[in-house]
Write a protein that binds this ligand. Sequence first.
Ligand code: MV4
Length: 451
Amino acid sequence: MFKKILIANRGEIALRVIRTCREMGIRTVAVYSTADAESLHVRFADEAVCIGPPASKDSYLKVQRILAAAEITNAEAIHPGYGFLAENAEFSRICQEHNIKFIGPSPEMIGAMGDKSTAKDNMIKFGVPVVPGSDGTISDLKEAEAIAKDIGYPVIIKATAGGGGRGMRIVKEPADFKRMFDSARSEAGSAFGNPEVYVEKFIENPRHVEFQILGDRHGYITHLGERDCSMQRRHQKILEESPSPVMEPELREKMGQAAIRAAETVQYEGAGTVEFLVDKDLNFYFMEMNTRIQVEHPVTEEVTFTDLIRYQIEVAAGAPLSRKPFKMRGHAIECRINAEDPAHNFRPSAGKIDVFHVPGGRSVRVDTHVYSGYRVPPFYDSMIAKLIVSGSNRTEAIARMKRALEEFIIEGIKTTIPYHIQLMDDPTFISGDFNTHFLEKQFKFIPKDTP
Ligand code: MV4
């Protein structure tokens, strides 16, 4: 087992990794920008190395500085968390070359899954269901229009290098196709340096359901059930839960096996997530595979009684996974608490937190790096805490979440807590019958007593 791990990240996920390392008796090295000197990941790590000024590109994305920090502290492995360098093939390769174990995907796995059209083609070869569409990418307009006509409108054009909705266009009718095709290609070109797009049938009102996967070096791959991430706004997840309200044992078995096959296409090692779209008839389609630990991993931990970071570290060290299937029990929900003002179009709200009181009680978990007196820096993403609750069923979990949100006191900055409190009372959320468009098209947040 590793004696020392460097955590190439900040915020709650850096702290999350440090916590597991401490429980495993592994020493930790934090890296931080000058804006994060007062963050808890710096305080709770055994050692900390300042790697530069606030801007991510000058600190958390500086490969050479992070490697230098690992070398001077004799760290044997690097955990990248999520975001920053977590899915950077170059960083993964350079770690390999410096004999530092990257606790994440190999450059090959990042390459195979990072290109969405290639990933989709591999899925077809391995019998994983995908949305009907073009065979690979297409650059010829006439050819693309013919395919769109063939699969039937509406269609969606997607950037092969994309993700998170960029370079994506929904086309309702043939008259719009040329304009959308050109703009998708040009947006993809400037955003990703790769204009290639592919076309597929647009699935109306889908749910986003993703499976947590673990693979070991010995070729064994298993899943830990699903998370429903349909509660999104502008491609940002707001709330996640496990199990999915639409899941039944038979569907879980089918989707779980498809997710395992998806991971097998690249002999996946480590923790990963296979995303599916699920339509109203519960047909499911592979979307993409994320080769990292995700923000929402705690809901899986709470229903499977596991520590996913521990598994990541163990399989990176070469340990085999147990062949016993994971069991799920109860229901868990996570609300992302962002330093944003939901009354003003979610504008960022950085600044000093005067009071930070976290909820407690049974089955309530708060993953956060902040505390009373902490200053939220304006340079990074706005998530300041994750509130995760569990219960024996969904109804109990919702009631507990509402109670915990009401106990959460954050003064000095605006947060998304009031938005989540209203969501807990929404009949559509409570019914479990919602899709990825619900938050933007249906849910209306009504600000209370804000000037
Ligand atoms: C789709 C789709 C409908 N049909 N693909 C959005 C980001 C990327 N991960 C894929 N996305 C979508 N792909 C087909 N063929 C609808 C979406 C989509 C979406 C998916 C998940 C969560 C929120 C979404 C919001 C809008 C569109």
